[in-house]
Design a protein around this ligand. Structure first.
Ligand code: C2E
Ligand code: CA
Ligand code: CA
Length: 760
């Protein structure tokens, strides 16, 4: 049987079922020979068992599902056996029509028990105790309802359609057992899900049970026609439905691997059960009399109140679930969409065929505002920016438009755009609007933002669009504040180049390819060296000596500057201590080490400086750290670290002074000893003009604040003379010596640094 093609099996079952019903119809009109109807029973049951076994053996069926269908086959086989025994009983005259013998009943019961067992073992998702409890309660609700109805409509009147008490009761119990299995199947499916079983197949299966239960209900119809029997009439139909269910399951297994489905249905079934029973109770009570009616009405109202209470609780839960879902996609500070929702939204818009622009907006100098005015104001500003951005986007078509916050002071805008230039036109206007003062906790603040934008379609993809916008945004930041920059591919190449350099630099650091060169810093009057600046070099095995300009930016961007800078610091301290031991304390007053913004932001920087000084045995006063204005301008932890370094007794120099933010306020908050006046102001110091004016102004500031000024990049005697005239006392530059390896500077103790071998 199992080798039959499934479709042939179905057709055969349908044919047999049809014959059985036609024969039954004929029997209703004329007396027919009873034996004929029973002939089909073993065949049709065989077909159903075969269909179940085919489903169990289908490729791709989960182990639990296969087991279930084997059990159903077994249960059905037993019921078939019971039916045969039923038929035999009839012919041997043991049972009268409509009634069932003891052995037959026993076989039926075992068959039903097997089916019940199969249902109980449907492998679902693993469940908690509470869920089992709920399942038990729900099943009980439905069973009690069904029993109540049965009692009302069937049992209370059963004597009227069954002559014999004992066997009549038996057939009614069989009917109820069958019904219980059906009810149980529906409840189980509705409340606990079907695990790896096909949901529709299970519903069909339950319908097969319902058809079987109907067999008992035919009894009143058959009592006047003893040659007809419910079993051979109903069983073929039951078997046919079972075949269809098994076929459905077999196909489902073939279509896709079965994934355990878990679905919790709201208590619709229990409400319907309660409601139906209430109607029954009221109807019954109304017919019987006033006193019982009062109790019934009270009970019903009470039940409805409890149900209503439960409904509101469920509604609350549903609301909670919705708000949790909302939170997962939104930023709690501004109520804007978050990154997750942004990505989904872009993907959705691209999927609908839109070309969209994604712009990343980063507020410039937000950290300074946050630090100066406090976090409450900072948060208010972030909210005000969010509101302003939403205002700006209001005219964009709603199906594409989105404003999101990606955390910190970074926002994203999504809007339709044909290409980057058109997106930039919109963003330029938007940036202008954004510059209008914003109200943040009573402060009227003006913000600038760096914006990067990328435009793409479905082919580009959401993630890639965001990445491109991010790359462009970074480029905008590098170019300065308040810029809008569109993505172009060269940016990626630059990024890739930097990543490659960083990877090689990592190796260079580990294999000792880095060197420290030293450049003297001298007293302008007589050229006596007072210190040296440590400058890193990369001795590349193939490309020779690489200057820091070529790899420091990459190191900075990738964070590799932290270990590199740490290595330079250690090396410089060690070398300075060695010089002091060899040449005496006057030989060299200090070594100056460049510290990148990234290093300074790293917490514990001051502690590491202290450790290196100790390890090298160098007095703190012999070390100077050079920081740029940008590194400390943002304030915050970098400035704290710098104060900490200063407290150690280390000197602090502000590097490239005059080129960065050059906020004079910075000189009050930042613990500075030395201003290093940038080479660009030194270059033209001999000519009359703005630049020399600045060199003059800068020395004025240094003097006024009692800071030492070092003029950087002095290359000619004329420049040195002009600087001296302006009042500069210290200088550094090729005129006095190029950066050179430590070994070339051992004459440092002797007066003339001009004689130091020129390298670098
Ligand atoms: P910087 O700190 O301004 O260093 C001074 C730069 O000016 C050095 O370039 C030096 O060789 C160059 N220089 C000195 N005198 C003259 C001169 O008379 N004429 C000209 N044309 N140039 C002169 P270098 O060594 O190539 O370093 C470039 C930059 O790389 C440094 O600028 C500094 O910002 C960075 N750097 C170097 N070493 C380190 C380091 O160990 N850590 C960090 N974070 N940055 C470093
Ligand atoms: Ca420097
Ligand atoms: Ca400098």
């Amino acid at each position: 049987m199992a080798t039959w093609r499934p479709t042939r099996l179905l057709v055969a079952a349908a044919g047999l079922a049809l014959l059985a019903e036609v024969w039954f119809g004929v029997g209703l009109l004329h007396p027919t020979p009873a034996v004929v109807s029973w002939v089909a029973v073993p065949f049709v049951v065989g077909l159903a068992v075969g269909a179940c076994l085919q489903a169990a053996g289908a490729g791709g069926m989960a182990a639990g599902a296969a087991r279930f269908w084997r059990h159903v086959a077994l249960g059905m086989g037993l019921i078939g056996l019971g039916a045969v025994s039923n038929g035999v009983d009839m012919f041997r005259g043991i049972a009268r029509p409509g009634h069932v013998g003891a052995l037959t009943s026993a076989i039926y019961v075992v068959g039903l028990a097997v089916l019940l067992w199969a249902l109980l073992r449907i492998p679902g998702a693993r469940r908690s105790r509470g869920e089992w409890l709920r399942f038990g309660l729900d099943s009980a609700t439905v069973l009690v309802t069904v029993l109540t109805f049965c009692w009302h409509f069937l049992l209370s009147d059963w004597r009227t359609w069954s002559g014999d008490n004992a066997s009549g009761a038996r057939s009614i119990l069989a009917l109820l057992a069958c019904g219980a299995v059906v009810v149980f199947a529906f409840v189980k499916i509705a409340f606990t899900g079907t695990g790896p079983l096909d949901r529709r197949a299970l519903y069909l299966l339950a319908s097969a049970g319902a058809v079987g239960a109907l067999g008992g209900a035919l009894a009143p119809l058959l009592s006047s026609r003893p040659y007809l029997n419910g079993t051979p009439t109903i069983l073929p139909v039951t078997c046919l439905v079972l075949c269809v269910a098994a076929d459905r399951q077999r196909r489902a297994a073939r279509v896709a691997p079965l994934v355990p489905a878990r679905r919790e249905r709201p208590g619709f079934v229990s409400y319907a059960a309660v409601f139906a029973t209430c109607v029954l109770l009221l109807g019954d009570a109304a017919m019987r009399g006033a006193d019982i009616l009062g109790v019934a009405v009270g009970t019903v109202i009470l039940v409805l109140l409890v149900a209503a209470r439960q409904v509101t609780a469920l509604r609350d839960n549903a609301g909670l679930v919705r708000s949790l879902a909302w939170q997962a996609g939104h930023d709690s500070l501004t109520d804007l969409a978050n990154r997750r929702l942004l990505t989904q939204h872009i993907a959705g818009a691209l999927g609908r065929g839109h070309r969209v622009a994604v712009a990343l907006v980063d507020i410039d100098d937000f950290k300074a505002i946050n630090d100066d005015l406090g976090h409450a104001t900072g948060d208010a500003l972030l909210r005000a920016v969010a509101a302003r951005l939403e205002e700006l986007m209001a005219d964009q078509p709603g199906e594409v438009r989105l404003v999101a916050r990606l955390g910190g002071d970074e926002y994203a805008l999504v809007f339709p755009a044909f290409d980057e230039p058109s997106a930039l036109v919109f963003l330029g206007a938007a940036a202008g609007e954004l510059r209008r003062p914003l109200d943040a906790a009573g402060h009227a603040l003006v913000v600038e933002a760096s914006v990067g934008v990328a435009v793409g379609d479905q082919e580009t993809g959401a993630e890639e669009l965001i990445r491109r916008a991010d790359v462009a945004m970074y480029a905008a930041k590098v170019q300065g504040k308040g810029r809008q920059v569109a993505y172009d591919q060269a940016m990626d190449q630059r990024g890739a180049e930097q990543a490659r350099i960083a990877a090689e630099l990592r190796v260079a650091l580990d294999t000792g390819q880095l060197r420290v060169f030293y450049q003297p810093i001298v007293r302008l009057g007589d050229g006596t060296p007072v210190g040296v600046e440590a400058l890193v070099r990369w001795q590349h095995p193939e490309r020779g000596m690489i200057r820091p300009d070529l790899f420091i930016p990459a190191a900075e961007r990738t964070g590799l500057i932290v270990p590199v800078g740490q290595w330079v610091l250690a090396e410089a301290c060690r070398q300075a201590a060695k010089w002091r031991r060899e040449l005496g304390p006057d030989a060299l007053r200090y070594v100056s080490v460049n510290v990148s913004p990234r290093q300074l932001r790293e917490s514990g920087f001051a502690g590491r400086v202290r450790d290196e000084l100790r390890a090298a045995g160098l007095p703190p006063a012999c070390l100077m750290v050079e920081v740029t204005e940008t590194a400390v301008f943002d304030g915050g932890s970098a400035l704290d670290e710098l104060h900490e370094v200063k407290r150690l007794g280390v000197q602090v120099a502000l590097d490239d002074f005059g080129t960065g933010h050059s906020s004079l306020g910075l000189l009050r908050t930042c613990p500075v000893d030395v201003l290093k006046v940038d080479k660009s102001f030194v270059d033209n110091v001999t000519e009359a003009g703005a630049r020399s004016v600045i060199a003059e102004a800068l020395i004025g500031i240094a003097d006024g604040l009692r800071l030492r000024a070092v003029a950087e990049g002095v290359e000619t005697e004329e420049q040195a003379a002009a600087l001296r005239d302006l009042g500069y006392q210290f200088a550094q530059g090729y005129l006095y010596g190029r950066p050179a390896p430590a070994g070339d500077l051992t004459t440092l103790g002797q007066a003339s640094v001009g004689r130091v071998a020129a390298r670098g």
